[in-house]
Design a protein around this ligand. Structure first.
Ligand code: ATP
Ligand code: MP5
Length: 284
């Protein structure tokens, strides 16, 4: 019997269970994958606000990564809440090793054909709060660009995060060619001419639509969805990138993995209970 695909999130805990690693694990359980979590920080958080954050020591983050990858392996990895330059450095240091390492799981009793030797890496930058305000100093965005972008197969900022990361998306239209999200418009220190694929979540809202914007390395694509009238979207960004991770690990190409992940996220927003909270959770 084959085993489910092992997927790893390197992320913060949301005590409210809506976002962070909890959203990732719920998504992966729903999509039939085996989810693992390396915790970077514990947040005291509800639908209204983040009341407190306790960061784990970077060495503890690194040793969690070593523990799971040396045993289970991972078909794909996503990062979420990292928050501190030292944690970004620890994560990037470990992810940088993967290119040269065969980290396939041991396939104990498996016969599933094994996994690629280098897991897919999705970087989901967490840089702004629900009100779109920057949560950290500019050194954190700079560390993402310098240390994590070169390792990423896909980066999934929302609009505010794209601006902080210097991803120039403001005027992009369907099929428009550009220079890979070059960092001309933000605070970035260097350009990203050979930068990673990008998915800008919630890039534009109008006429009953919400449009995500996908840079495939060559062209921009607008990916519209019907806008749902709800405040209960806490964790929607994590859910989308976790779902892309799962569909990509299952073997779908990037456009198809993104299309399916959008559909899953959309349905999960629709299934969200009628919480009367600040920003309530999705229904995974
Ligand atoms: N009201 C909505 N109706 C339909 N789709 C939505 C809605 N809000 C968000 N989405 C979709 O959910 C996905 C996540 O986008 P979003 O902009 O919410 O990311 P985020 O800002 O990182 O998440 P969060 O709001 O949880 O911080 C995108 O595919 C986006 O189009
Ligand atoms: C621990 C943690 N991680 C991430 C987010 C943001 O997630 P999202 O952008 O999906 O609301 C969050 N609120 N808390």
């Amino acid at each position: 019997m084959s085993h489910p695909l092992p997927l790893l999130t390197i992320a913060g805990s949301d005590s409210g269970g809506a976002a962070g690693l909890q959203a990732d694990l719920k998504t992966w359980a729903a999509l039939g994958a085996y989810g693992m979590n390396v915790i970077t920080a514990v947040t005291a958080q509800n639908s209204e606000r983040v009341a407190a954050v306790h960061y784990l020591p970077p060495e503890m983050v690194a040793v969690q990564i070593d523990a799971v990858l040396s045993d289970y392996g991972a078909a794909a990895i996503k990062t979420g809440f990292l928050g501190r330059v030292e944690i970004i450095e620890a994560v990037a240091g470990r992810l940088a090793l993967l290119g040269g390492l065969a980290i396939r799981p041991l396939d104990r009793g498996g016969g599933g054909g094994g996994l690629p030797t280098r897991p897919t890496i999705i970087i989901d930058p967490v840089l702004v709060n629900h009100r779109g305000e920057a949560m950290f100093g500019p050194e954190v965005a700079a560390a993402y660009r310098k240390l994590l972008f070169p390792l990423a197969d896909l980066v999934t900022p929302n609009r505010g995060e794209a601006a902080l990361l210097g991803v120039g998306v403001a005027e992009q239209g369907e099929g428009e060619q550009g220079s890979g999200g070059a960092g001309e418009q933000g605070g970035g220190e260097e350009t990203l001419d050979n930068g990673p694929r990008l998915l800008v979540k919630g890039w534009r809202r109008d006429e009953g639509q919400i449009v995500d914007l996908f840079w495939d390395g060559d062209r921009w694509h607008q990916l519209p969805q019907p806008l749902i009238d709800t405040a209960n979207t806490h964790g929607s960004g994590d859910t989308l990138s976790a779902a892309i991770c799962a569909y990509r690990a299952q073997g779908h190409d990037w456009p198809e993995a993104i299309r399916r992940a959008q559909a899953y996220t959309h349905a999960a927003i629709q299934r969200g209970a009628a919480w009367r909270l600040g920003a309530g959770p999705l229904g995974h």
